[in-house]
Design a protein. Structure first.
Length: 311
């Protein structure tokens, strides 16, 4: 089994990613850490704890930072709802104490006898803080599979994707860390959609989980219509962005991509948070990321629907 840490801001598609990860037989999810992004840290943390409990799994969940490194937090409450789980409520777990994410990540990475894979579905705040506080962890991280960025068009401002836009400073620290990076940007996650027919198939599974998944995804789909957060055709499909980052770890053959040098625009300008992908090697820098550009959608959908059946 592949040892993984998942850093996430649930968030509707984040819960879908957690579902796939926690139920997959090839992954050993050793830790979930929560980040402020789609909602505040209070909510993303509570949502992760509630969801793990709802699935009946015993996974460590640690609490990350409250806000981006420099910027003020901007959430995506319009698309994920006032609680972060759209119209759905999971049984609430009383949280008495939460470990700190940075300490817990260090502990898991340094005590692992094989290198650990990190999967991220939110802003990179926690991961950047980990690298700054404990640079020794880098040598025992196999790779970081990141959902974020956009080469051909953003979803918050014209060129930037939400996770990178929320904390571009953290992203730059991670991209400069030297740890191998796999980037599931919007260029690939926009292809990772469910059709309305597939959504109805999910509803027909007829379990409590499938009902909740359906309700959350419908909310996510409808909330995005007509906004820059999502894009044309959103009435007909719903995108499973964060699921890509974990699907790559489960089966890299589902994707194609290429190595590029990627840097993050951090200026207070109209392009702040843009992932600048050096396709033409204009900067002459060694590649620091494997940028995915294609996914086998049918297999990804199968992987997702199988996860719902497993619960
Ligand atoms: C990303 O933004 C968030 O709202 C989603 O959870 C996903 O991680 C897509 O740009
Ligand atoms: Ca997310």
């Amino acid at each position: 089994k592949i040892p993984v840490i998942i850093d996430t801001d649930p968030g509707i598609d984040d819960l879908m990613m957690l579902l796939v990860a926690i139920t997959h037989e090839n992954l050993d999810v050793r830790l979930i850490t929560t980040v402020a992004g789609n909602q505040t840290q209070d909510l993303t943390h509570q949502n992760a704890v509630n969801f793990v409990n709802y699935l009946g799994k015993n996974v460590r969940v640690a609490r990350g930072l409250e806000k981006p490194i420099f910027k003020e937090l901007e959430t995506a409450a319009d698309f994920h709802g006032e609680t972060g789980t759209g119209p759905v409520e999971f049984p609430n777990v009383e949280i008495e104490f939460s470990e700190k994410a940075i300490d817990a990540m260090r502990d898991v990475i340094m005590t692992s006898d094989e290198p650990v894979t990190i999967v991220t579905g939110g802003p990179l705040t926690n991961i950047a803080a980990l690298m700054l506080a404990h640079p020794e962890v880098k040598s025992n991280i196999r790779k970081i599979s990141i959902m974020g960025g956009a080469a051909t068009g953003g979803n918050v401002i014209p060129t930037a994707e939400f996770n990178m836009y929320v904390d571009p400073d953290a992203a730059e620290i991670v991209f400069r860390s030297g740890v191998p990076i796999i980037l599931s940007s919007l260029d690939v996650t926009r292809q990772a959609y469910l059709t309305n027919e597939e959504l109805e198939e999910i509803k027909e599974i007829g379990t409590d989980l499938s009902d909740k998944v359906y309700d959350m995804l419908k909310f996510y789909q409808e909330a995005a219509v007509g906004t820059p957060f999502h894009e044309p055709y959103f009435e007909e499909v719903v995108r499973l962005h964060d699921v890509c980052a974990v699907a790559y770890v489960i089966d890299p053959m589902l994707f194609s991509g290429n190595f590029y040098y990627v840097t993050i625009e951090r200026g207070a300008s109209v392009t702040s948070g843009t992932t600048v992908v050096d396709y033409v090697d204009a900067l002459g820098m060694p590649p620091n990321a494997y940028v995915l550009y294609d996914v086998n959608r049918d297999s990804l959908v199968d992987l997702f629907i199988e996860a719902i059946h497993k619960v």
